[in-house]
Ligand binder design. Structure first.
Ligand SMILES: [Zn+2]
Length: 212
């Protein structure tokens, strides 16, 4: 199940499993896919899966709720969420546009209280859960990332979730050193690419803020 973290590959891929009319279609989803690329890839498996006919949704694994893909940013968040959770398989479904209303009614009548028919609630719960995930996306020494950009993205989300800010003491594709924005605080992360294995990872860190 583990994705190819730190493989150094730029076309980092997920396995996408899309349910449509009781059939599953398996595709590769590259990191950085646009919504249209996602539709085109699925359309090659089943021509009825097109933006005109269906709405694409993915299952947010931590909540067992479906999130609708409306724009490229939603696709980025989808792959980012699965990267954070270290999941290689993305569960999706294509819902015919004229059946959306019916599905929502079914969900509202569901006895499962974790489900909701309200897209607004879904978005809110996803955001609050993203905060939970983000506060765990920097875990400590030895943690591996795809590359420096992925590390920076995780560090930014971590800073948001933990309500702290950091400064770059060094910042390039080979080495990133983060320090706390509070000068007297000893919080810091030293991350770099190892020449031996080409993996970008946290080499040393102190994740405790010593000034409050
Ligand atoms: Zn600090």
């Amino acid at each position: 199940m583990e994705t190819g973290f730190g493989s150094g590959s730029s076309n980092f891929t997920f396995l996408g499993s899309c349910e449509y009319k009781d059939e599953l279609y398996m595709i590769s989803i590259c990191n950085g896919f646009s919504l249209m690329e996602l539709f085109l890839t699925l359309g090659r498996k089943c021509e009825e899966i097109s933006p005109q006919n269906v709405i694409l949704q993915y299952l947010a694994p931590h909540r067992k709720l479906y999130v609708t893909l409306n724009e490229d940013d939603d696709v980025r968040n989808m792959t980012h969420l699965h990267t954070c959770m270290r999941l290689a398989i993305i569960d999706m479904r294509a819902v015919k546009k004229d059946q959306m209303g019916a599905r929502n009614v079914n969900m509202a009548e569901s006895e499962d209280e974790t489900q909701t028919s309200n897209d607004g609630h879904l978005q809110v719960s996803l955001v609050s859960n993203s905060i939970d995930i983000w506060s765990n996306c920097i875990r400590g020494e030895g943690q591996i990332f795809k590359d420096a950009a992925e590390f920076r993205r995780c560090a930014k989300n971590y800073a948001i979730a933990t309500r702290r800010s950091f400064l770059y003491k060094k910042n390039d594709s080979e080495k990133v050193i983060l320090i706390c924005s509070v000068e007297t605080c000893s919080w810091r992360i030293y991350a770099s690419r190892h020449k031996a294995d080409n993996l970008f990872g946290i080499r040393r860190c102190n994740l405790i803020h010593t000034w409050r």
